[in-house]
Unconditional design. Structure first.
Length: 365
């Protein structure tokens, strides 16, 4: 099903308001989710809504929260998200970090105990819009592990995303690296499962630690209420020991230094999603001459892209290019949502008291 972005936002916002969010929060979260779909990150898009509704009903997700400032020490800001919508709480925390960075030139901001932050690249985009550089390291708690360590045979970490953001120039768009430290995010397994598609080689292992192509090995994490799920498998780390090492440092930076904790088994795991984030925001003008920096950005990107592609149909890109290409395409063509995901969204809306007729009218389908 192809759906245009604006009516989809309207539907998502209405569903969120029915779940207790104020108008502003509903709009922020809806914008975030739909933009994730536009950017090609369907794993972090509107398909997350059924999970959020379940979290609301179990009181693991609390609408209309604001980040609580628990420590302000020089250029250090520490926030507690109070289990609020991460998309809204994270945006508010970043606004304060950016304001502080304009004063001091450098801010270390941590955010703990917030519900799912969504697509971490969104917070890098906030920094870029203000002409700032940012680095983000995120871990997950209150959820069973999903990712095996290098040389391991079962899950010990979560997908622990990293985002690095560098402003662009008039000629060169920003450089934005936004990635999980696993080879794929859990949501990509959900998308494959809903589409009844096999995964590529090396992305998951089964309950015996053997390579698998079946996204069903992750179904127990995604749909724990289903009685026929196969034994739990695990996602695999990105780049073997490299992704594993980065995932560990997301635990140490995002989990430890935020005060939110790591995924080690002494902490509770209620099958919720709590994120902790360690962020550095930097004003590059305090470090180097801005025109020189902009020239260097343009020059190094041009140097990389000038490499002859090994496949003529797949030119060299930089981080951020795939998302820009997807946004351009999907704003024109619409966002493709598979039938299973669409049914799950409608079921979630019905569970909050919305009728299908009402939702489809909102969607103009």
């Amino acid at each position: 099903m192809l759906i245009q972005a604006e009516p989809l936002k309207n539907l998502v916002s209405t569903l969120l308001k029915k779940g207790g969010s104020c108008i502003e929060e509903a709009q922020v979260v809806a914008d975030h989710l739909v933009r994730s779909n536009l950017a090609g990150h369907d794993s972090h898009g509107v398909g997350m809504l059924p999970l959020y509704v379940r979290m609301l009903k179990e009181d693991f997700l609390r609408p209309n929260q604001k980040p609580e400032l628990v420590n302000a020490d020089g250029s250090i800001l520490m926030f507690d998200g109070q289990r609020g919508y991460g998309q809204a709480v994270g945006k508010m925390a970043m606004v304060q970090a950016i304001e502080k960075c304009r004063e001091s030139g450098l801010v270390l901001m941590t955010l703990r105990n917030t519900h799912h932050l969504g697509r971490i690249g969104t917070y890098g985009e906030q920094s870029i819009a203000s002409g700032l550089v940012s680095l983000h390291f995120v871990n997950v708690t209150d959820h069973p592990p999903l990712v095996s360590p290098f040389r391991g045979s079962d899950a010990r970490f979560s997908t622990n995303p990293i985002c690095l953001a560098m402003p662009g120039t008039e000629k060169q768009p920003p450089v934005l690296l936004d990635m999980a430290t696993s080879r794929i995010a859990l949501g990509k397994a959900r998308v494959a499962l809903n589409k009844n598609e096999a995964l590529k080689d090396g992305l998951v292992i089964d309950h015996k630690g053997q390579p698998s192509w079946d996204p069903g090995v992750m179904a127990g994490y995604l749909f724990p209420e289903r009685p026929d799920n196969p034994p739990l498998g695990a996602l695999t780390p990105l780049g073997e020991y490299k992704g594993y090492g980065l995932a560990l440092f997301c635990e140490l930076l995002g989990g430890l230094l935020s005060g939110g904790g790591t995924i080690q088994p002494e902490h509770q795991r209620q099958n919720s999603i709590i994120n902790n984030m360690f962020t550095l925001v930097i004003d590059p003008a305090r470090l180097v001459d801005v025109p020189w920096m902009q020239h260097e950005v343009e020059a190094i990107v041009a140097h990389a892209k000038a490499s002859p592609p090994s496949n003529p149909e797949e030119p060299v890109m930089i981080p951020g290019d795939p998302e820009r290409n997807s946004i351009k395409e999907r704003q024109f063509q619409g966002i493709l949502i598979d039938d299973a995901t669409w049914e799950q969204i409608l079921d979630a809306g019905e569970s909050l008291g919305l009728s299908r007729e009402e939702m489809l009218n909102l969607e103009n389908i």
